[in-house]
Design a protein around this ligand. Sequence first.
Ligand SMILES: *[C@@H]1O[C@H](CO)[C@@H](O)[C@H](O)[C@H]1NC(C)=O
Ligand SMILES: [Ca+2]
Length: 228
Amino acid sequence: KMRLPVILFLITALTLVFPTESCTSFVEMIPQKPMNLTAFTLCMRVATELSSQREIILFAYRTGNYDELNVWGELDGRGKCVSLTIRIKILPELRALITHLCVTWDSTSGLAVLFLDGKRSLSKIYKKDHTVSPGGRVILGQDPDIYLGDFDKHQNFVGEICDVNMWDVVLPDSVIQGIFAGQREPRGNVFDWDSTELRINGDVEVAIRELYTPVWAQNVVINIEADV
Ligand SMILES: *[C@@H]1O[C@H](CO)[C@@H](O)[C@H](O)[C@H]1NC(C)=O
Ligand SMILES: [Ca+2]
């Protein structure tokens, strides 16, 4: 009989590293349900070292003719707000340390709110009474100017992104704070990072990282008796 140490409760996840400026590398995410949304919560963990004065696309959902739902980081904060469906400036908080970012939006009020590491921004009004259209494609890493293509390497994402989850409702602030702190419930019903199909294109490294270990389980080693 031997005692085998088993370390439990390590929660790991895929992570995507976009190493360089490129106009060919992107990851398509296949949604679990049609994206006719009247509300959503979109969360991700993201880090970048891009410091040049340029836009960075963080999430792009485009149908045939329209950018339906794009999230941009605009490091210099002076990005022009063209008439995209939803365009949210993120300002300088994005950095080389992983940041947990969530965006919520609800069409009834038009309220859009940003959360950075669980801290809530002011509310802004975007596209009251609008419905996001279904039938498009969601990609990470590039901004499509046509249905799926016409990428600009000065807008692409360079850095690491993971744990991209989306719900078709606005989650309460306390739930978003819990997710930032590592809770894995509720799982996204539009995108659930643990199960969503990812289609990798070009130079994107897919790695596994430790996402989160509950505080009570850190350094817990449980010995299990086993016949060997
Ligand atoms: C989205 O479309 C489906 C199927 O047509 C429908 O059942 C659902 O109610 C729609 N959701 C919204 C928010 O419009
Ligand atoms: Ca573009």
